[in-house]
Design a protein around this ligand. Sequence first.
Ligand code: NAD
Length: 456
Amino acid sequence: MENYHDLLTKQRTFFQSGKTKEISYRIQALQALGQLIRTNETEIMAALKRDLNKSEFDSYITEIGIVLEEIRFSLRHVKKWAKPRKVKPALAQIGSKSYIYPEPYGVTLIISPWNYPFQLAIAPLIGAIAAGNCAVLKPSELTPQTSKLLATLIGQTFPEEYITVVEGAVETSKALLNENFDYIFFTGSVSVGKVIMEAAAKNLTPVTLELGGKSPCIIHKDANLKLAAKRIAWGKYLNAGQTCVAPDYLYVHRDIKEEFLNALVNAIEELYSNNVFNSGAFTKIVSERHFNRLLGFLSNGEVYYGGKQEMKSLTIEPTILDHISWNDSVMQDEIFGPILPVLEYDIAEKMVEKINARPKPLSLYLFSESNEFQSFILNQISFGGGCINDTVYHLSSPYLPFGGVGESGIGAYHGKGSFDVFSHEKSVLKQTTSFDLPFRYPNRKNALKQIKMFIK
Ligand code: NAD
């Protein structure tokens, strides 16, 4: 079995040298990372094209641009984030001062998936660097061109004892998990998330788990249907539905269902043409295994739109399935493909009940013009994050920490959130020596009475 003990020892020794904690070192590393991405934009796009047939436009907005923004944001704020923060002392601690020192965990492991293979490896790395850690990256084996490019570029830019990429599949991941990391940041499926947490538990290693699940998209009867259709078509079929926060299924109010589905078909054709096999710009399904799994869903309910597929290019056209019920196989697990099942509702409370009977979703989208209905949904359903009157967009703000809840994940990142997940907050009380409050000591007369004046 592969053994990464020496690599970890090297990184740990380097971390202990204190170099990675220096703010100037972190800034230089973030700048170098930004430079690496800008210089190699064409190569990154080419790798994503080969791995997933991603268009340059999609690659830029969802993989490259988003991490460049994160780097810029981190560079602007890292000095402030890393500073110790003074907080108030408690009443019984008069004379002392209290501080929170953000400190890096040490040697961190980042395991990433294949669907946004560049972004989901680099975005956590930005947090690891900003917080002053060393990092080992394990990209997905299912997108080998991007994985190889990441290994080459990171290898050219950073010393191995600071940041390195380890390429490989499940066995490599397992071998890495045998080592005692100080932090593990995992993005991937719920089932593998459980494996990661179990491995981390052996050493009590803290984890962030960015997982997935079935994200509902509710279209209420008062929604702006045309705009809803366009924003849903974009969020669902972007990356051929292989997006953790893609709307997994629709819950449409019965009164507007027909009108909405018509608008959705128009939006699909407007955004992706009516023949994605000819357009050359529609993302493919990552592997034959994933392709075949998705084909199995096409016999559920009734194909309302689309349904055509092509094995040689691993392409499935944007598809809408109508007459779907919760018993259909497409409604059991996350779909992760360009297939959109439609459920309808009449009574909102019942629809909420059905959603709440399942694990808490990573995302939820609601289309409605009514503030009251929006508040009702936000109050009733727990989910990682989401949008009202849009899809997917919440993910791109550095001011909105992104993560799941319950089965959809643990912890949230982006912006300051990325710095925070890779930092331990060390609380320190600095006591005065110029006087010594006597109430705390048990030998004082009336000690209890006096201490109760402070602690009630
Ligand atoms: P996956 O869980 O199969 O794999 C993710 C990573 O874990 C890969 O690097 C893989 O090599 C490794 N891995 C796989 N099996 C392992 C095992 N038994 N032990 C140790 N490591 C193992 O996920 P995937 O198929 O690459 O990605 C799709 C999933 O990721 C979807 O469920 C999606 O919702 C989720 N996802 C979540 C987010 C998010 O930010 N929350 C983003 C993208 C994808």
